[in-house]
Design a protein around this ligand. Structure first.
Ligand code: GDP
Length: 472
């Protein structure tokens, strides 16, 4: 979609070109560098690849064998909604108490590390689900070493279970199955194993290579054994990192705290991060003023596989951004500035999502076959009236599709849906709630608010004829 907009050719033609290369794609898919070049060439364009990756700009120093030490595995929990991902993460977080620590983990910083009885550690990413996992991967960050796939034993292997499996497989991340809710009378773990076998995924007790364990995330049955299996898998992976060099890693979460400024949780993947280090993370930079672990303790240093919250960056980087430590403050600032400029240029060149204002132009270019709309309103009557009237505006060139309608404020879920299906959002006497506005700005989703039905209909008509004034 982006590359089609950049070249000003219909998306269908780009998809067609990809298909002729034997690559099946959707409009939201990312193309690799080689495919991009070939596709662009087809339409008479040349692709220039610009990089602000640190790796490309700095000499890479190979780690010496004697500097490498074992590091804790980093684990993501995935699976179908309601199958118990959050419960499992909560149980592990609460039950695990480090020797000498009086309580469980109280802070949510996006990742946490636990120490088992035998002193071995496991780091968990605390955002369950393959969406976060895949969003990070889309930014080029692969932090997960092992995926726990949770499947409820009183249910079947569900669509999102399959998705989670595909995402883990696509990332080449080994999986361990946690067959959950075995405390329930209706639980039938063997059925899940059978269904896995039907997908060519044989678990151990079925003579296969995949570790699996029956658990109850609610009561805690089997969770300890599951964690042992995680450690076993980690041992096979022989995970190592060099703690002696300046730290590198990935941003997990970032937010603005009223009292403390920008708080960024990062996962150190190699090296050791220290208070006072000068850090570049995505387009943001700054000197680390303080660091805190998931228990709220101030710490001075963080080694490989450690999740840590840092204070001192000049903004909030995005989850999945890499971070590096710089000796030279000036160099870090320069790269940050270059990245900011690149991002600005890129978003000026590409419009990720449909807006009403550019609808007419794109219909005229033949780029458009359907317009997806989400309607949110204060009362059911007006929502239905709008949906009806909008649908009637469909023409031969363009079909108006109401993909979702409902009573209530415009929520983040609405914006996510709009983003995933390239829709615009029409609000009738309702406003975006919570972070929906900020998310919409970031995702470049067009939200239009109306309080008169005819205004909304007129705007859509005008937009379809390419006559809508750009900003209202
Ligand atoms: P998620 O959507 O995958 O994060 O699922 P949740 O962890 O939110 O769990 C969904 C529901 O299942 C909640 O009501 C949990 O209390 C319940 N649940 C999760 N694990 C278990 C379990 O092991 N046994 C029982 N009986 N209920 C569970």
């Amino acid at each position: 979609g982006e590359v089609a907009t950049m070249m000003d050719v219909p998306i269908t033609k780009v998809i067609g070109t990809c298909m002729s290369l034997g690559i099946m794609v959707t409009m939201n898919q990312r193309l690799d560098a080689e495919t991009l070049s070939i596709v662009a060439d087809e339409f008479g364009y040349e692709v220039e690849f610009i990089t602000t990756d640190i790796e490309e700009n700095q000499e890479i120093i190979e780690d010496r064998e004697e500097d490498l030490v074992s590091r804790a595995p980093i684990v993501t929990v995935m699976g179908h909604v309601d199958h118990g991902k959050t419960s499992l993460l909560d149980y592990i977080r609460k039950e695990n108490v480090i020797a000498g620590e009086s309580g469980g983990i109280t802070q949510h910083i996006g990742a946490y590390a636990v120490t088992l009885d035998n002193g071995q550690k496991i780091t968990f990413l605390d955002t369950p689900g393959h969406e976060a996992f895949t969003a990070m991967r889309a930014r080029g960050a692969q932090v997960t070493d092992i995926a726990i796939i949770v499947a409820a034993a009183d249910d079947d292997i569900m669509p999102q279970t399959k998705e989670a499996i595909s995402h883990a497989q696509a990332a080449n991340v080994p999986m361990i199955f946690a067959i959950n809710k075995v405390d329930k009378p209706a639980a039938n773990p063997e059925k899940i194993k059978e269904q896995l076998a039907g997908m060519n995924l044989l678990v151990e007790d079925w003579g296969g290579k995949y570790q699996s364990h029956d658990i109850s995330a609610k009561v805690g049955t089997g969770v300890k054994d599951l964690l042992e299996k995680v450690l076993l898998e980690a041992e096979l992976l022989d995970l190592k990192a060099n703690p002696t060099k300046p730290a590198v890693g990935t941003v997990v979460e970032a937010q603005l705290d009223k009292g403390r400024g920008y708080v960024t949780t990062i996962l150190v993947q190699a090296g050791t991060l220290k208070v006072g280090d000068y850090v570049l993370a995505g387009k943001n930079h700054g000197k680390i003023k303080a660091m805190y672990d998931e228990r709220g303790n101030a710490v001075k240093e963080a080694g490989p596989s450690t999740p840590i919250s840092i204070l001192g960056l000049d903004g909030a980087p995005t989850a999945g951004d890499k971070f590096n430590v710089f000796e030279d403050e000036r160099e870090a600032k320069q790269i940050a500035a270059k990245r900011t400029q690149l991002i600005r240029e890129q978003s000026a060149r590409t419009k990720k999502h449909t807006t009403l204002a550019e609808l007419g132009r794109r219909i005229a270019l033949g780029q458009f076959k359907e317009l997806n709309i989400i309607i949110k309103g204060d009362v059911d009557g007006s929502v239905e009236a709008l949906a009806d009237s909008f649908s009637k505006l469909s023409t031969e060139e363009i079909e108006i599709k109401i993909i979702h309608k409902g009573v209530g404020a415009i929520t983040e879920t609405d914006v996510n849906l709009a983003s995933a299906s390239d829709a615009i959002i029409i609000g009738f006497n309702v406003r975006p709630a919570g972070n929906a506005r900020a998310l919409a700005d970031k995702e470049e989703i067009d939200i239009r608010n109306y309080s008169i039905i005819y205004d909304a209909i007129d705007d859509l008509k005008d937009a379809m004829e390419g006559m809508l004034s750009p900003e209202m």
